[in-house]
Design a protein around this ligand. Structure first.
Ligand code: ADP
Ligand code: MG
Length: 211
């Protein structure tokens, strides 16, 4: 099974709906260790993305993802805007003018996305950021593919690993981003960005699982 441009459009729509629905939850998480705006930031960004989506409705996957990226960078003030924006832009660059992607293309696009986040934010794993959810998710996706799993079961394993990664941010000490200002008081709270990354992973799976 391949992922089509139509899947990508549905994925972006689902992420927009999810961040709207989970806006208060993400903001609550950010109020504990940040400035209580993560839900509002992503909702603003993805609402703007939704207004741009009709312009790329029949375009290739690269154009869709690059539009998401540039819109997030230009509409989200917080750290997450440029970070997710860069991620979608880099994934879009990998996909270029293709209208379909294989499971291995998805791995390549996600790896480029994570490299973009790391290049921009300089966070390594274990610093209590979105990297701690996305990294293990990609590892699991690659491991599942190496074990011969098809796209759907591989994605299920990736989403499960992303959730484990998200939950593992709770005991971590934040050393990047606003949460790092809290020092030891950042310990004991789940990272908002790792949580939004998990929500995006779940949205991807849901779109591929749809009949
Ligand atoms: P801000 O921190 O500017 O208010 P948001 O609240 O929208 O921005 O996003 C906060 C999230 O961004 C954090 O929970 C964390 O996951 C992520 N984040 C912050 N700084 C970095 C970084 N340098 N690298 C990776 N992720 C980061
Ligand atoms: Mg914030």
């Amino acid at each position: 099974m391949n992922i089509t441009a139509e899947h990508v459009i549905k994925f972006v729509e689902r992420v927009a709906a999810t961040v709207k629905e989970q806006r208060d939850y993400l903001t609550d998480l950010d109020s504990a260790i940040g400035d209580a705006d993560h839900g509002a930031n992503l909702d603003r960004g993805f609402s703007a993305v939704l207004t741009k989506l009709p312009t790329v409705a029949d375009k290739d996957i690269g154009s869709i993802l690059k539009t998401v990226g540039t819109t997030l960078v230009s509409t989200v003030g917080g750290a997450s805007g440029p970070l997710y924006g860069t991620a979608y832009l880099r994934a879009g660059m990998v996909m270029g003018d293709r209208f379909e992607m294989s499971a291995d293309d998805l791995v390549a696009a996600l790896e480029a996305a994570l490299e973009g986040i790391i290049a921009r934010g300089k966070a390594q794993r274990g610093e209590k950021t979105m990297v701690d959810a996305i990294g293990p998710g990609i590892d699991a996706l690659k491991a599942a593919r190496a074990a011969g799993e098809e796209l759907l079961p591989a994605l299920r394993q990736a989403v499960a690993a992303t959730e484990v990664g998200m939950l593992a941010t709770t005991p971590m000490l934040a050393t990047k981003g606003r949460a790092s200002y809290l020092g030891d008081r950042s310990i004991g709270h789940q990272d908002p960005g790792a949580t939004s990354a998990f929500l995006m992973a779940k949205a991807m799976l849901a779109v591929i699982e749809e009949p």
